[in-house]
Each structure stands twice: as structure tokens, then as C-alpha cells.
Design a protein around this ligand. Sequence first.
Ligand code: BGC
Length: 445
Amino acid sequence: MLKFAALLSAASLIPAFVQAAAPLYGQCGGQGWTGDTTCVSGATCVFSNQWYSQCLPSNQQPQPSTATTVAPTTAAPTNVPAPTTAPDAGNPFNGYTIYLSPYYADEVTAAAAAISDATQKAKALRVKDIPTFIWFDVIAKTPQLGVYLADADAKAKASGEKYLVQIVVYDLPDRDCAAAASNGEFSIANNGMNNYRRYIDQLVAEIKKYPDVRIVAVIEPDSLANLVTNLNVAKCSGAQDAYKQGTTYAIQQLNAVGVYMYLDAGHAGWLGWPANLNPAAQLFSDLYRAAGSPQFVRGLATNVANYNALNAASPDPVTQGNPNYDEMHFINQLAPQLTSGGFPAHFIVDQGRSGVQGLRQAWGDWCNVYGAGFGTRPTLNTGSSLIDAIVWIKPGGECDGTSNTSAARYDTHCGIASAHKPAPEAGTWFQAYFENLVKNANPPL
Ligand code: BGC
């Protein structure tokens, strides 16, 4: 007691309150955060989104440090710009070198440095040479696209190779309408559509500066799939018009600057149920036609950030009841229905975290599935003329959602038995999860 009193009086002599620092990868800010806002030495507190800032290694790629306030009321465009060139016929990945995300490479390098086992460390480091998509999940990140495109352009010119940058467009207002973990920064009620158009315009402005770099974009994970099956959720029915308008705006504007696009189409355990195939094909086809059939829309992306196999050796028990128990079955069933609706039936499939099957207790488990391993490496040898490429879209090691039950974006899927815990906020680095992906990689790293 006396000691405590002595400490108190000593502390009162110190002018500013000295806080303990948050650990590497710990939370250091965000809406409602009352803990430490400084980081241990060697780490910097990096803004991720309005809910979360995280202590990342100081040598990491700098992130925009504040959320951008968006100017109101950009009027909806009345005419749709046309592209200056026609898309190349065939697979847009053919003949291109895929740009490696420096942001992900930095995350992986820092993660490997924290692994003491030499074999695992060496395996972890190999991951930074595997291309992943770069997510633009907040408007503050859009200037970064110009930095990556400039870098890719310089690398292309120095090497004589043609470069392709893979991005994810992910900022619709009222995002993630049937879940909570990835709720976005824009709300429909608060100028969300104008903000979204501004977000797309900012991406387009960067893209225009680098006409020699090819871009492949995945458009808005989960959004249209939610409109197929989740209109019973109030936030989804309320977002229906905004999702359609926003997607239409995105594909028209990105078409005008020659971005090859794949719209997100959920996965086998979602739109792959026989009753969902036709409504899904209908929605994609109708939206595409109404947007003027933008030529650079190449097809659909499946299994984004999910865990399904492309070709399951045998059906995972959780898939029972669905004959389309893997992505190949799903794609083979969906393709003819798209074709008859006039939608281009080409696909890319995320296999980044699909290396281990049989882990889930229910097929709907999507959050940080425990025991997952890195999957098939990106390749154009897909085994199907419908599939342009096997890709890694979710950067493995970035979290699907927090397991902190008091967080604003807590989703129960991130707290269930098959989810790896404790987990930080969606999109931030999850070291323990990454280490498991490395250990369980199939094929091995
Ligand atoms: C998160 C995004 C993140 C993306 C890639 C999503 O689940 O909501 O913030 O950029 O994953 O890790």
C-alpha cells in the first residue's frame, strides 16, 4: 500500500501520463478504442479503417494515415464513356507478368521475421513471391494504386515484359450487408452513393495515367450474391438499388479505361445450390445488359476469400445435399445459364486458402477457418476452358474478422468453434493464422 502511494506520488511529478505501448500487431486505435495508442519500439500505429488501427513493423509500406472526408454531391453521370481500345480476345492473363503487391510482400517479410523456426521462416518467405490481389477497401487507399501502377510500369519498361496488376474494388455503401465483419466506410443514408462514385473516379484517375499496365479487377466481393439470397436481411434489401447502381457505375467507368473485370459470384456453397443458379445467372446477365454490356467485363470470380476446393477429391461432408460440392461443379453448372443470358462465362477462382479441406462444421463457416493452409499456386493451367486463372485473391494472413465480441464489427461467425481465435479486425494482419497457412500449405511451400 505504501509502495503504491509512493508510486502514485512519483507519477504525479511526471507531467504527461506515460502509457504502456501496444504490442506488434496489437490494436492501437479506432472508434471506441480506449487502450494504448502508441506502439512498442520498431512498430508504428497504422490507420486501417475507422474501427481499427494496428501496430505494424515500422519498415512496413506507409498507409494513408487518416480517413478521407469526401466532398458531397457528385452528380450521377448522364452518359457512359466508351473505351478507346477493344479488349484483347481470349484470356486477359495470357502473356503477362503478374505484379507482386509490395504491401503484401512487406506483411509477409515482417511475419517471417517473427517466426523462429528456420524451416518455417524460409517457407513463409516464399509466400511473398506468390501474387495476390491488392484490395482497395477504403477510399484513402486509392492514391496507392498510382504508386503500384508506376512501379509496375517501370518494371515492365526495364524488363521488356508486359505487366498486369490485380486489384479488388471493394467499397460499396452499406457493404457486407448480411454480415458485420467487413462493414465498410460508406453508408447509403450518409451520401454513400456519391462517395462511392468518388471512390471509383479516384481509381479511374490513377489508371488513366498508366495505359501500358494491364489491370484485372474483382468487383465487389459478396455484393450481388447477397442480392440473390439475402434480400430477407433488411440491410441487404435496403442496399439493393445502391449495389446495382454502384456496380453499374464501377463496371462502366472501369470499362472506359480498359480494366478487365470479373464480378464476384460467391462460391459453390452459396450461389452453387441448384435453386440459386438460375436467379444468379439472371441477376448477372440483367445487370450486365442494362450497363450496356461493357466489353471489358470478362466474367465472374468465385470462392473469393473462401475455402472451397476447385476439384475436391471427395465431397466435404458439410457440402452434402449440393451436387455442386466444389468450384468446378458450380462453374460448370452456372456457365451455360450465363451464356444463355448473354453474360460472358469466364471465371477466375480463388484458391489462396483452400489447401486443406474437411475443416468446417458448416459450409457457411467463412471466418478465419481454423487449420486452413495455402492452396494451389496461381496458374493458367486450370483444367477447364471456362476458367482463365487460378488466383490468390484474399491475401493469406490478413484477417476475415475480429473475434472480439465487443467490437462494432464483431460477427458471430468469427467466434464459432471452427474460427481461429483470438482474431484481430478484418483486413489486418493475423500472425498466428498466417503461420498455420504456411505450415498447412498444400502443396507444401
Ligand atoms: C476486409 C478488407 C481487406 C480484405 C483483404 C476483407 O475481409 O474487410 O478490409 O482489405 O479482406 O484482406
